[in-house]
Design a protein around this ligand. Structure first.
Ligand code: ADP
Ligand code: MG
Length: 273
């Protein structure tokens, strides 16, 4: 059973962004900072919602945790269920490899992240082949079936292709692709933002159900505070690359302290256009 109440991922004074090539023949690399002095703790089995307007640096922070954007300073400490903590910032590719399956990402757009030329079976088995090379074919088949079942899809989707599915179903397939590797931590980056409101609710309920069953920890990223508050335990508000306010959902939504948080709340109260 997951241990509840222990810091699972801890970010301390993290500065992160991108490296840009500059200078003659692009020989030099210049730091392009996006996220500044980030302190966050993600509790095991809980959801931290990260909210802020477009361009505030949310995706960059999610990517930095997973080694997909540069960390210039600070520490990102991951506590596995067993064994010592691991500092993720600036791990090289070889040291990341065994951790990849544990720390996964689900993106906004299931249209562009599912390869249209691959069957669902190929999409799901790709990661298993890399991360569990010793699994037998029947074991893989069984894992695909049970994982599809978890996300509410039947095994007959395996022979089909991404274009045959609706946006919501594709997002279920993306979630299955992450789950099949038995992750502990998932960055869900605007993962319902491209979906109709009724489908958003289904996917959010699925994420909640999976968290209950599997003890997953989520960093749930969205520009939409109304969505974030549905499934978060804690919320961090990001503006221009900084966390300007953080706290429980109740605190952030009932007694926001920062003017920017109030702005986000008011934007949510405005009627949808
Ligand atoms: N690959 C990249 N290289 C350089 N800059 C980037 C890259 N991706 C995003 N940025 C910049 O980082 C800033 C924050 O973007 P992003 O993290 O995507 O924000 P959000 O997810 O909150 O919309 C923006 O100014 C954006 O232009
Ligand atoms: Mg983003």
């Amino acid at each position: 059973m997951p241990i509840v109440g222990t810091g699972h991922l801890e970010l301390t004074a993290v500065n992160a962004g991108y490296l840009e090539r500059s200078g003659f023949f692009a020989r030099r690399q210049r730091e392009f900072p996006v996220c500044h002095d980030i302190h966050l703790t993600m509790e095991r089995g809980k959801t931290l919602g990260l909210v802020g307007e477009s361009g505030s640096g949310k995706t960059t922070l999610g990517r930095a945790i997973l080694g997909l954007a540069s960390v210039f300073s600070g520490t990102i400490r991951y506590h596995p269920p067993e064994g010592p903590a691991i500092e993720l910032q600036n791990l090289n590719q070889a040291r990341w490899r065994p951790l990849r399956k544990k720390l996964q990402i689900i993106f906004q757009d299931p249209f562009s992240t599912l390869n249209p030329r691959l069957s669902i079976e190929s999409i799901l088995s790709e990661g298993m082949r890399v991360h569990f090379p010793d699994q037998s074919q029947p074991e893989r088949q069984e894992k695909m079936r049970s994982t599809l079942d978890l996300v509410g899809l039947s095994a007959d989707v395996l022979s089909r292709y991404p274009h045959e599915f609706s946006g919501g179903q594709r997002q279920r397939i993306s979630i299955a692709r992450a789950l099949i590797l038995d992750p502990e931590f998932i960055v869900a980056d605007e993962c319902v933002s491209a979906l109709d409101v009724s489908i958003q609710a289904q996917i959010i309920n699925l994420l909640l159900d999976l968290q209950d069953r599997l003890g997953l920890t989520y960093l749930f990223i969205s520009h939409d505070l109304a969505v974030v508050k549905h499934l978060s335990h804690e919320i961090a508000v990001m503006q221009e690359g900084r966390i300007v306010e953080k706290g429980s959902v109740e605190k952030i939504t009932a007694t926001p302290e920062h003017p920017y948080t109030r702005e986000l709340l008011e934007a949510n109260l405005a009627p949808a256009i």
